[in-house]
Design a protein around this ligand. Structure first.
Ligand SMILES: Cc1cc2nc3c(=O)[nH]c(=O)nc-3n(C[C@H](O)[C@H](O)[C@H](O)COP(=O)(O)OP(=O)(O)OC[C@H]3O[C@@H](n4cnc5c(N)ncnc54)[C@H](O)[C@@H]3O)c2cc1C
Length: 474
């Protein structure tokens, strides 16, 4: 599928400079490092250059050049992706950073939409929405760096999917440059538009393989007047599931987040000095972080009442309710530091998987047992978005083990977890995507007809295979 002319890197750089101008091309090693080093430090490849186009017309000119001369392009946002989709695989790809396209083009919080360019950083989008009395409800720990184009292209999830859906559901329209340089003008604030195939939804989640998103119309919601947030102590994932059902029945769409963390997560954070104060009530096998939003004008304490009922039904053994914004922030820090505390503890083998919500206790039980049978002393760390059926099912190395030797044994652990997930009707990638990390796995587990349809779409939109080659489909 990929037919690239063999181009010497200096020739590629010269053609990029001719097309975009020298102030839009980075080719020195130090300047390129930030674009090539990805968060997990798993993928190490070179690139001839980084293109930093200044506007949509420049992105179009770049695509026309690349399509004509067989220069592979990788769109990049904040470079926070976790599956190596935004960094080179072959070493001849040019990274296209959308960072300079970072304007908020328009905003109408009352009508519930805004248009942001692909390079807008999520945190800035939050601030722009809030300044107008609205809310863009996509919250992830990388929001200080992740950009709108990357968030949409990886269909990011995060902690509020339960109430608002993932990035796809928060997007009303996109503008994108196609592989041949044409502009797809799909910006729209319409909630209803049944005029044929949903092309926006093809580009969202495509990981930069079908087009380069340059702007998007995003959905805005009213800002809640307050949040009720709590960390509860629980005996087991089974109790957590029952509690989730009870809280959802009580709070409906106001239930914003339901995240679970095992004791080991607190233990790691305390031992590594990551918490200035323990946000939980006691030592417990499991914790759930629960948040309910209070819309303007609403009265009463939905969460507090729900927790009292849960205590009586012995679903929870203890609870702490945040009494200030500082306490709420402390509770969320405990959840958001889960990845970092595992890195500080040594090597960790990670899986971003989902199953039907009712199967989460079985996933955690079966998956933990299967891996414990493989590696003596391995420490299961299943945590995350229980309310979405999405568990980050990680395994920390045994205490004192050699990190390299532990990582060298990752394959049987992956097989055991993916087998468990598939047996429960789940997905091998819940929110991080496929990138270069899981292309082989996708080929093995995805319905063959679905794969054929995906290949046909790729060929139709990018016949020369210049957009993010080797990612998603290998
Ligand atoms: C600490 C941390 C926490 C995280 N938490 C979460 C989480 O809770 N939930 C979650 O879903 N993810 C999470 N992630 C993963 C990551 O932040 C998200 O996948 C995010 O959406 C990536 O955005 P980005 O701008 O960094 O994209 P990049 O990493 O730059 O790119 C990601 C993908 O999008 C493509 N792309 C980028 N820009 C464009 C564009 N303009 N047009 C077309 N394609 C484009 C790239 O080619 C690549 O395929 C986390 C990452 C970190 C480091």
């Amino acid at each position: 599928m990929f037919r690239f002319m063999s181009q010497d890197p200096s020739q590629t750089i010269a053609r990029l400079v001719e097309t975009l101008g020298s102030d839009s091309v980075i080719s020195d090693e130090a300047g390129m490092a930030n674009y090539l080093n990805e968060p997990r430090k798993r993928f190490h490849q070179k690139s001839p250059a980084i293109a930093v186009p200044k506007d949509v017309a420049a992105v179009q000119a770049l695509a026309r050049l690349a399509n004509a001369e067989g220069i592979p392009l990788i769109p990049q946002g904040g470079n926070t992706g976790l599956v190596g989709a935004q960094v080179p695989l072959f070493g001849n790809e040019v990274i296209v950073s959308l960072a300079r396209l970072d304007r908020i083009r328009d905003i109408n919080a009352a009508a519930g939409h805004m248009t942001a360019e692909a390079g807008a950083i999520l945190e800035n989008v939050h601030k722009a929405a809030e300044a107008e009395g609205g809310m863009f409800p996509l919250w992830i720990a990388s929001q200080g760096s992740a950009r709108i184009g990357g968030l949409l292209s990886s269909n990011a999830g995060g902690v509020n999917v339960l109430a608002y859906g993932n990035a796809r559901e928060l997007c009303l329209g996109v503008e994108a440059v196609l592989a041949d340089g044409r502009l797809f003008e799909g910006l729209s604030s319409l909630k209803k538009d049944n005029t044929g195939y949903d092309l926006k939804d093809l580009l969202v989640g495509a990981e930069g393989t079908l087009g380069i998103i340059t702007a998007a119309t995003l959905k805005l919601y009213p800002l809640p007047q307050a949040y009720e947030t709590a960390i509860v102590s629980l005996e087991s994932p089974e109790k957590a599931l029952e509690l989730f059902y009870a809280m959802r029945d009580r709070a409906g769409s106001r239930l914003n987040a339901f995240e679970i963390v095992p004791w080991l997560g607190l233990d790691f954070q305390l031992r590594h000095g990551m918490l200035d104060r323990d946000p939980t009530a006691d030592k417990s096998p499991w914790y759930a972080l629960i948040e309910v939003a209070q819309p303007k004008g609403a009265e009463g304490h939905l969460l507090q009442g729900g927790l009292e009922a849960a205590f009586e039904q012995t679903l929870i053994t203890n609870a702490v309710v945040a009494e200030s914004e500082a306490e709420r922030t402390r509770m969320w820090a405990f959840r958001e530091q889960m990845s970092e505390c595992q890195s500080r503890e040594g090597a960790s083998i990670k899986h971003d998987v989902s199953v039907p919500i009712a199967a989460i206790p079985q996933l955690i039980r079966d998956g933990s047992q299967a891996v414990k049978r493989l590696v003596e002393g391995v420490r299961p760390m299943p945590f995350g978005h229980m309310g979405d059926g999405n568990i980050h099912f990680n395994f920390s190395q045994p205490v004192g083990a050699d990190p390299k030797a532990f990582m060298a044994g990752a394959d049987p652990i992956h097989d055991a977890i993916y087998e468990t997930v598939l047996a429960l009707g789940g997905s091998v990638s819940a929110e991080h995507g496929i990138g270069q990390l899981k292309t082989g796995l996708l080929r093995k587990v995805k319905d063959p007809v679905a794969l054929e349809m995906m290949r046909a779409i790729k060929l139709a939109l990018d016949p020369n295979g210049i957009l993010n080659p080797g990612k998603v489909l290998d």
